[in-house]
Design a binder for this molecule. Structure first.
Ligand code: SF4
Ligand code: SF4
Length: 211
């Protein structure tokens, strides 16, 4: 099997948000919506304070509650054979069950039908499913697709390419020889909200503090 996933190296990440900005550019995402975002946490009491920047995106969970919650048949939010969690806006009935079931807040309802300006990436339209033939649509949910329009052509997601620190690494977690598998195997790692039992496929390594 193939299980595409990502490793984010927190010691390499410099908190520049290039991944978030690059994602917006690649996927024509307007103001107010993020497919790749971040959270910042502070820990401790002055002067012994730590700031942690954690870059986030859809975890493409193996046991994805968003897929379980989708009431359509076939599922409009579904697991692809390569392990990605994708969605088909053509069959989505806009009930937003997926959005409300995601423990990570990674699904957004697009209420505004806005396109990013002035730049529009036509490559986004290469995707068969995931934003209605690649066009983000008013009244539908949307989220990170691991840049499926790029991955299908053997290219990494754009956030991986745009990261100046090479902090994001993408690959097949079911291949024991892949870089992502090796990084997870050789480093202490964590996933976000393990208590949600979603089996996330985005792993964080080299944390400076507790997760
Ligand atoms: Fe679904 Fe949320 Fe997991 Fe992504 S992070 S697969 S949207 S439950
Ligand atoms: Fe961190 Fe790379 Fe994202 Fe910058 S682009 S915030 S270094 S993961």
């Amino acid at each position: 099997m193939t299980r595409l996933g990502m490793v984010i190296d927190l010691q390499k990440c410099v908190g520049c948000s290039a991944c978030s900005i690059g994602c917006k550019m690649e996927n024509n995402i307007p103001d107010g919506i993020f497919w790749s975002h971040y959270k910042q946490e502070t820990e401790g009491t002055f002067p012994n304070v730590k700031l942690r920047y954690i870059s986030t995106l859809c975890n493409h969970c193996t046991d994805a509650p968003c897929v379980k919650a989708c009431p359509t048949s076939p599922k409009s939010t579904y697991k692809a054979e390569n392990g990605m969690t994708l969605y088909n806006s053509d069959t989505c009935i806009s009930c937003r069950a997926c959005e409300f079931s995601c423990p990570y807040g990674q699904i957004t309802f697009n209420a505004v039908d806005a396109e990013a300006k002035p730049y529009h990436n036509p490559d986004r339209a290469l995707t068969e499913k995931g934003g209605t033939q690649g066009l983000r649509k008013k009244g539908k949910v949307e989220k990170c697709t691991f840049c499926d329009h790029r991955v299908r052509n053997g290219v990494d997601p754009f956030c991986v390419e745009t990261c100046p620190a090479n902090a994001r690494i993408f690959g097949d977690l079911d291949d024991p020889n892949s870089e992502v598998s090796q990084l997870v195997a050789k480093n202490a790692n964590f996933v976000l909200k393990p208590e949600a039992n979603t089996k996330p496929n985005v792993f964080y390594i080299n944390s400076y503090g507790k997760k």
